[in-house]
Design a protein around this ligand. Structure first.
Ligand SMILES: [Zn+2]
Length: 171
């Protein structure tokens, strides 16, 4: 069995993708062309710098696509969040005791690295987290909802993985 630490970066970031895609990513990475590729593909940045701007941004997408989902309690950038390990973000539904009644608390946390990410990749991760308001698991219904909100979802998730790989190089 291969240890994950010995696997190539592309194999780690793209686990589960077809081998030919992994090989393509591997060659971009080996030639040092990954960052260029992403810069050309996603030149557009965003202005969502603060937690309050992020809240407004998430709220706007939610209103457009998931109007009937329960309200969000908080939306934050989180510097400690590891994107890949937490399946591209986190979503918690904490049950809080408030007096006699139980209240579901819905939070969305987005890794701080998205503050400087291309606009399309921020949108992708927010769509991912919003879809979890309806579907906890990464199942068919979950991805259908992601695609409903963002038709290019699968390409963006793939490119997000490439983006994370390119950040590892820069570190
Ligand atoms: Zn998820």
């Amino acid at each position: 069995m291969t240890s994950p630490h010995l696997a190539s970066p592309a194999a780690r970031y793209l686990a589960g993708y077809p081998p030919e895609l992994i090989a393509q990513a591997e060659s971009l990475h080996a030639d040092g062309r990954l960052a260029d590729y992403l810069q050309r593909r996603y030149p557009e940045r965003h202005e969502v710098r603060s937690d309050s701007a992020l809240f407004a941004y998430v709220q706007d997408l939610k209103t457009r696509h998931l109007r009937n989902a329960a309200p969000l309690n908080s939306v934050n950038y989180d510097a400690k969040l590891r994107v890949l390990q937490h399946a591209l973000g986190t979503h918690t539904r904490r049950t809080q005791v408030q007096g006699a009644k139980l209240k579901m608390r819905r939070e969305i946390r987005v890794a701080t690295l998205f503050r400087d990410a291309p606009a399309a990749l921020l949108r992708m991760i927010v769509v991912h987290e919003l879809a979890h308001l309806r579907e906890l698991d990464h199942n068919k219904a979950f991805y259908a909802l992601c695609q409903h909100m963002e038709p290019d979802y699968f390409q963006l998730e793939f490119d997000l993985r490439l983006y994370l790989m390119s950040l590892e190089d820069a570190a």
